[in-house]
Write a protein that binds this ligand. Structure first.
Ligand code: F6P
Length: 336
């Protein structure tokens, strides 16, 4: 068989481990030929490919980013009607010309939706979920998440010591798109005092009261972890907005940090390397068994797969009754 691999959407640590997992299993276990497609779905439109042999796949396990490059190209998005190219049709044509038997799409929510649509128009697709946001429906965990939690936690740890020295309120904004997984996990791991996530409505007055009470209780510094997706006035960064509101309402000395793309860069954590490797190997196994139109997924400790049509277009928010939210509340963490 001849298979293609592409990586689309925002990058994250572990993508190369997944490419290697698919590629090495496909070549060594199943005798397949593997083609890398550049820059996500754009590579299939512009016919930019490279052969992924064993040599190319060696030494990439620990590398951050993606050796194939990525883009947020969505071929199904309606373009200018006057010079619109039928991109899905073009992709189907190039897929056939390349002689592909299957295409592996490594990406987050948007990518899995496109993957499901390509599957509907007749391509043999297997999806692999990746993102630091952990918001892909149909899997317990996406790779990239553990690395990002580690990076954000280290940042919060570092803010603790400087917050303590100056007796300040430190607000840190972490990524997560529309969900609060990254803020919740790094907030708990870093001992955040207040964690604000999009899934839980917050009241800024309650945040201010909590911070003032901590000062009265002889806790003169606090860490506030803010998910980038919380609702704030348009055009303002959530971290900056929350810190300016805190200053106004409490008169406590407050500083803000926006962690940004550091959370997405660099080498994957060991857990992400393992998860991406398991996902990659299982994707090749699905292709060998001609089980297409599926996304590999983690359920508990087991790697399995779910139909792509069930995944496409859905989001996995933090459930309001998530045990970590409950336990954090028991220990005095405020969610605003
Ligand atoms: O989905 C990953 C992510 O890093 C989100 O956390 C963030 O909102 C978004 O991508 C940033 O996107 P871009 O790379 O397009 O700036």
């Amino acid at each position: 068989m001849r298979i293609g691999i592409l990586t689309a959407g925002g990058d994250c640590p572990g993508i190369n481990a997944a490419i290697r997992g698919v590629g090495k299993t496909a070549i060594l276990q199943y005798g397949m030929e593997v083609i890398g497609i550049s820059s996500g779905f754009l590579g299939l439109i512009n016919e930019e490919y490279t052969r992924l042999d064993e040599n190319v796949l060696s030494g990439i396990l620990t590398l951050g980013g993606t050796i194939l490059g990525t883009s947020r190209e969505n071929p199904f998005k309606k373009g200018n009607p006057f010079n619109a190219i039928d991109k899905p049709k073009l992709i189907r044509k190039h897929y056939a010309e390349l002689g592909l038997d299957a295409l592996v799409c490594i990406g987050g929510n948007g990518t899995q939706r496109t993957a499901a649509q390509l599957s509907e128009i007749g391509l043999n697709i297997v999806g692999i979920p990746k993102t630091i946001d952990n918001d892909v429906w149909g899997t317990d965990i996406t790779f990239g998440f553990d690395s990002a939690v580690t990076i954000a936690t280290e940042a919060i740890d570092r803010l603790h010591s400087t917050a303590n020295s100056h007796k300040r309120i430190m607000v840190i904004e972490v990524m997560g798109h529309h969900t609060g997984w990254l803020a919740l996990y790094s907030g708990v791991a870093g001992g955040g005092d207040i964690i604000l996530i999009p899934e839980i409505d917050f009241d800024i007055q309650a945040v201010a009261r909590c911070l003032k009470k901590r000062v009265q209780d002889k806790k003169p510094y606090s860490i506030v972890v803010v998910a980038e997706g919380i609702p704030v006035p348009k055009g303002v960064s959530p971290g900056y907005y929350i810190s300016s509101q805190i200053k106004e309402l409490t008169d406590l000395e407050t500083r803000d940090t926006i962690l940004g793309y550091i959370q997405r860069g660099g080498t994957p954590s060991p857990m992400d390397r393992v998860l991406a490797t398991r996902y990659g190997a299982h994707a090749a196994e699905l292709i060998a068994g001609k089980q297409f139109g599926r996304m590999v997924s983690l359920k508990g400790n087991d790697i399995t797969s779910v139909p792509l049509e069930e995944v496409g277009g859905k989001l996995k928010p933090v459930p309001l009754d998530h045990p970590l939210v409950e336990k954090a509340r028991w220990m005095g963490v405020s969610f605003g």
